[in-house]
Design a protein around this ligand. Structure first.
Ligand SMILES: Cc1cc2nc3c(=O)[nH]c(=O)nc-3n(C[C@H](O)[C@H](O)[C@H](O)COP(=O)(O)O)c2cc1C
Length: 215
């Protein structure tokens, strides 16, 4: 009989980078394992039953304010009050800034939650520049190819019953683009979004500082 893995999506967005990562994991792992997918904010009882019947929990989440989204935080509170000794846990955090290390604190939050509930911490991956994926399927030829390779190495480790390797952690954290290019593209996207919402001037306004507009 196949072992079971529970995948927990921490993103509140329907079309999300976390969802793209989960789709890739399902594709890579479903030959060897039964996979159960859950979302933070859905029925916590069902999720805990699912973790209880699995040998591994993989949490995939965005970084929100250097932490994790509130639905996932609430879910973590419930999981950490449950004895889940004998289960393993891995976390994958993607963030908007190009530097993957921004997600290090969130990985620590996940690790602490694993330890509190008695799970064995198997490691975490941090991925920067997540906004450039935004729900599209991951590609081995796209800018995210190193992250995809890291996910594939992670799946190989899971199939062998091992924890994450430092090679996988290092590959996941490599930037998708040079940081300066990423910032130019992100600023362009931000201005386009502002124009689309009828804002032509005042993007740098700081009304609470008494400054109406600095454009
Ligand atoms: C409320 C909110 C807070 C965020 N905080 C951060 C942050 O502190 N650092 C960061 O690098 N990105 C931050 N981001 C960007 C997300 O981490 C990024 O867009 C991510 O790719 C979204 O992943 P998802 O599509 O799986 O939800 C934030 C996004 C939102 C909506």
């Amino acid at each position: 009989m196949k072992q079971t893995i529970t995948l927990l999506n921490g993103s509140p967005r329907r079309r999300s980078t976390s969802g793209s990562i989960i789709d890739h994991l399902v594709e890579s792992l479903s030959n060897d394992f039964d996979i159960r997918c859950h979302r933070a904010g859905d029925d916590t009882g069902e999720l805990i039953d699912s973790i209880d019947g699995s040998h591994l929990l993989i949490v995939v989440s965005p970084l929100y304010w250097d932490s994790i989204p509130s639905d996932l935080l609430n879910t973590f509170k419930s999981i950490s009050e449950t004895d889940l000794e004998g289960k393993g846990m891995i976390a994958i955090i993607n963030c908007g800034f190009p530097e993957a290390y921004q997600a290090d604190t969130a990985i620590e939050i996940c690790r602490n939650m694993a330890i509190k509930s008695g799970m064995e911490w198997k490691g975490g991956l941090t991925i920067g520049g997540g906004g450039s994926i935004d729900g599209r399927p991951l590609s081995t030829y796209g800018p995210e190819r190193n992250a995809v390779r890291a996910l594939d190495l992670m799946c190989e480790s899971i199939i062998k019953g091992e924890g994450l390797t430092s090679e996988a952690e290092g590959l996941a954290a490599l930037p998708f683009f040079p940081t300066t290019l990423y910032i130019i593209a992100a600023n362009h996207h931000w201005r386009r979004l502002a124009r689309k919402n009828g804002i032509k001037r005042g993007l740098r306004a700081r009304p609470y500082d008494g400054e109406e507009s600095r454009d």
